[in-house]
Write a protein that binds this ligand. Structure first.
Ligand code: ATP
Length: 232
C-alpha cells in the first residue's frame, strides 16, 4: 500500500496551469525524486502536499488519512514536513531555540538533540541562526523538518549551493532517513546527486507528469532527455 497517494491534482494561477491532472503513488521507505525544467510545477506540488496552497482539483491520501489536501498545521499533525528552497528559520534565535520551537511549538514533541547531532549541528547549538554559514543553515532547515518527527519529508533542493563534500554528506543523511522509517520526496536540479540516491523518479514538464520510473530508466528515456536531461 502507498504511504502517499496523489490523485488528479490540478492548480491554476490566473491563466497558468501550474499542475494538470497529476497522479502518483509513493510507497513507504523510499527516496522519490522529482525533477523537471524551471517552472515545471515541482515546488507547487510540494506546496500543495504541505498545505501551503490548495489545488483547484484533486485529492490526496496519506498514511490512512483520505481527506487531503490539508492545511499546513494538519499536514504537520499527520506527519508531513518540508524544507524550503530558501531556508526558513528564526534568524534571531539560536540553533537550539529554533529546534525547540519546531519540536515543541510546531509538533508537540520534546526537543531531540539527537537530530542536531545527526545533522552535525551539535557544536553550533548556541549560535544564532542568522549568522550560520550557508551549509549549516541548509542543514538546520533539514533538522527543523525532522524535529516535527515526520513520516514523509519533502526536501526542496537540499543540495543547492553546497560543495561536493557537503552534497555527499547531505546524500548520506537523506539515505539514512529512510532507514529510520522516514519516506523522502526530493526536488533536485542536481541530476547526478538525485539519481545516486533516489529509488524512483517522476519528471514534471509544464505542469504535466512526463515520466515515472527508476533513475536508470529515467536517464535513457528519450522524452526526458529531450525536455530536461539533454539541456545545458
Ligand atoms: P523551479 O525549478 O524554477 O523552482 P518549479 O518546477 O518548482 O520551478 P513552480 O515554482 O512550481 O515550478 O512553478 C510552476 C508554474 O506556476 C510557473 O509557471 C510559475 O510561474 C507558476 N507559479 C507558481 N507559484 C505561483 C503563484 N503563487 N502565483 C502565480 N504563478 C505561480
Amino acid at each position: 500500500m502507498s504511504l502517499l497517494s496523489v490523485r488528479n491534482i490540478s492548480v491554476s494561477f490566473g491563466g497558468i496551469h501550474a499542475l494538470s491532472d497529476i497522479s502518483f503513488d509513493v510507497p513507504e521507505g523510499v527516496v522519490w525524486g522529482l525533477i523537471g525544467p524551471n517552472g515545471a510545477g515541482k515546488t507547487t506540488l510540494v506546496n500543495i502536499l504541505s498545505g501551503l496552497i490548495r489545488p483547484t482539483a484533486g485529492s490526496i491520501a496519506f498514511d490512512g488519512h483520505e481527506d487531503g489536501p490539508w492545511s499546513m498545521s494538519r499536514a504537520v499533525e499527520i506527519g508531513i514536513a518540508r524544507t524550503f528552497q530558501q531556508t526558513r528559520a528564526f534568524n534571531g534565535l539560536t540553533v537550539r531555540e529554533n529546534l525547540r520551537v519546531a519540536a515543541v511549538a510546531g509538533a508537540g514533541h520534546a526537543l531531540d538533540l539527537g537530530i542536531a547531532r545527526r545533522l552535525g549541528l551539535e557544536d553550533s547549538l548556541d549560535r544564532v541562526a542568522g549568522e550560520l554559514p550557508y551549509a549549516l543553515l541548509r542543514r538546520l532547515g533539514v533538522a527543523l523538518a525532522l524535529s516535527l518527527k515526520p513520516r514523509l519529508i519533502l526536501l526542496d533542493e537540499p543540495a543547492v549551493g553546497l560543495t561536493a563534500d557537503e552534497i555527499d554528506r547531505m546524500g548520506a543523511l537523506i539515505r539514512s532517513m529512510t532507514a529510520d522509517g522516514v519516506t523522502v520526496l526530493l526536488i533536485e536540479h542536481n541530476v547526478r546527486f538525485l539519481m545516486s540516491i533516489a529509488d524512483r523518479v517522476s519528471v514534471l514538464d509544464r505542469g504535466r507528469l512526463l515520466f515515472e520510473g527508476t533513475p536508470a530508466e529515467c536517464q535513457r528515456n528519450p522524452q526526458v532527455i529531450d525536455v530536461y536531461l539533454g539541456r545545458g
